[in-house]
Design a protein around this ligand. Structure first.
Ligand code: GLN
Length: 243
């Protein structure tokens, strides 16, 4: 079995070790005998619908977001088709913001988003920085914690129909007001959690791998791994966030 992963703009959107998320997906797949076929998608490269099982886009400063936003907007239809075809997608911080309708940066410039999520983001004066702890429901009826680190000026507001990834227990989340964090739609996950996110949230990594495999192989149950180290890392991140 294999998962084809498309990494959007690895050279531009990669802060707070977001690239580390790729390493976790690769390892947790390999430990189950699943190959992760990693394919970078750069400026001008197409997103061929049907090619990818999983797409990923990381975070970046306003400057880097401005450099890629027109190219990402040009791929909006291709990404929407890939998602409609069952591809899963994880977007972190700056990448997450550009999955919405727009991101208005601190200079007031409005960067176009691809409108995959019904939300918009406006940068504020004070950056929202620190450890974050969420409660979320990746599987119906199963509440889990997600822990990570955030650093963003953008305040994201979910619009009608948008479902948050989680409820903020500690930290700012989407906007520091409504206690929502991130967004979920089908197999598309957006979050402000850096750190990187997946090393200390192995269940979320497995959730993404399972969603990616489902497109090609139907329902797959991943064998469980010995996650003692990951669980210690998760507990430490929860404690650091004040949980
Ligand atoms: N530049 C965006 C902001 O400041 C995103 C930052 C990030 O990806 N960490 O909100």
């Amino acid at each position: 079995m294999k998962v084809i992963l498309g990494h959007l703009y690895p050279e531009y959107l990669n802060i707070y070790a977001d690239r580390g998320n790729m390493a976790v997906l690769e390892r947790r797949a390999a430990w189950r005998g699943i190959e992760l076929d990693y394919r970078p998608i750069n400026l001008g490269d197409p997103v061929r619908p049907g090619e990818h099982d999983l797409l990923y886009v990381g975070g970046g400063q306003d400057r880097e977001q401005a450099l890629i936003a027109p190219d990402l907007a040009a791929k909006a239809q291709q990404i929407a088709e890939a998602v409609a075809g069952g591809a899963a997608l994880l977007a972190v911080c700056g990448g997450y913001q550009l999955l919405g309708r727009f991101y208005r940066d601190r200079a007031g410039a409005e960067l176009p988003g691809i409108g995959l999520f019904p939300l918009h983001t406006v940068a504020g004066e004070r950056r929202m920085i620190g450890d974050v702890l969420l409660e979320c429901e990746l599987e119906p009826g199963m509440t889990r914690t997600l822990a990570g680190f955030e650093n963003h000026a953008g305040r994201t507001f979910l619009e009608d129909g948008a479902r948050p990834l989680g409820r903020v227990v500690a930290g700012f989340g989407n906007n520091g007001e409504d206690r929502t964090e991130g967004a979920v739609w089908r197999n598309v996950f957006g979050t402000y959690l850096h750190g990187p996110l997946l090393p200390k949230n192995p269940r979320f990594a497995d959730h993404l791998i399972t969603a990616a495999l489902r497109r090609r192989y139907g329902d797959v149950v991943l064998v469980s791994l010995d996650d003692q180290v990951e669980d210690v890392a998760h507990k430490a991140a929860v404690a650091r966030a004040g949980g």
